[in-house]
Design a protein around this ligand. Structure first.
Ligand code: ADP
Ligand code: MG
Length: 240
């Protein structure tokens, strides 16, 4: 089966000469729930920006399912749903319209976009807010609105850039449940985070990125086994 995402030797040098990505490679299999974990400034948002063609790359290759982003961006775009780190919608537009208009961006018939908007706003607990201007929503609600908007065209790959940063623990749990549900229904998910706890609660595979390099790419189970072993070794050293 073809992977949902293949990245090969991806590098990014920003205009000021800063090397944000130093030739990273990673593969995410279809159906996976993958965490890209790393501290601030590691290169997570740069990676995601390149996958969505919001940021230009310096070198390397990115393929989403069967579509290379350079060769067939329209196909890649349809495969991906993106929840960016920063709120990027019109704060005066109504919640319902934001989701429906996103359907327009994907060339969906308006009736279908309206159906989907209702479905996802209901599932995300925002249906009551459909006629509110988005600026009246709380931070957690805005984040859920971005998820509804990302799902309107029912992408095969959902990418979320630090979706739970600044979200309280109760809302975070609800978002985790929702993401696990759509993953179980077949959507591949990639999420960036700087909480190991979040990666552990949700994901099957994890890539750890630091200073523009992937320093670890493994299953959560294997990573935890190794961490526990290291802690165990440290403990036994202290006892001696
Ligand atoms: P993360 O999302 O992991 O916090 P980013 O991908 O946003 O990291 O940033 C990686 C590095 O690239 C940081 O050091 C950041 O300051 C730098 N960077 C991001 N955007 C730009 C830009 N437009 N110009 C120059 N440097 C940038
Ligand atoms: Mg970021």
């Amino acid at each position: 089966m073809i992977p949902a995402l293949t990245i090969e030797n991806l590098s990014k040098v920003y205009g000021n000469g800063f090397e944000a990505l130093k030739g990273i490679s990673m593969t995410v299999q279809q159906g996976d729930f993958y965490a890209l974990l790393g501290p601030n400034g590691a290169g997570k948002s740069t990676t995601i920006g390149i996958i969505c063609s919001l940021v230009s790359k310096t070198a390397g290759r990115v393929q989403v399912f069967d579509a290379d982003i350079d060769e067939d961006f329209p196909a890649a775009k349809k495969y991906i749903g993106i929840v960016p780190q920063e709120f990027n919608f019109n704060m005066f537009e109504k919640v319902f319209d934001i989701v429906v208009n996103q359907g327009g961006y994907y060339g969906m018939p308006v009736e279908l976009a309206r159906e989907r908007a209702e479905k996802y706003l209901r599932e995300l607990g925002l249906w009551d807010k459909r006629d509110e201007a988005s600026r009246n929503l709380s931070g957690g609600m805005k984040r859920r609105l971005m998820i509804a908007r990302a799902l309107v065209h029912e992408p095969r790959l959902l990418i979320l850039d630090e979706p739970t940063a600044g979200v309280d623990i109760e809302m975070r749990r609800a978002m985790w449940d929702f993401l696990q549900k759509i993953n179980a229904e077949g959507t591949t998910i990639i999420l960036t985070t700087h909480y190991l706890e979040e990666a552990e609660a949700l994901c099957r595979h994890i890539g750890i990125i630091n200073q523009g390099e992937i320093v670890e790419d493994t299953s959560i189970r294997e990573l935890l086994r190794r961490l526990h072993r290291e802690v165990f070794i440290l403990d036994s050293v202290e006892e001696v």
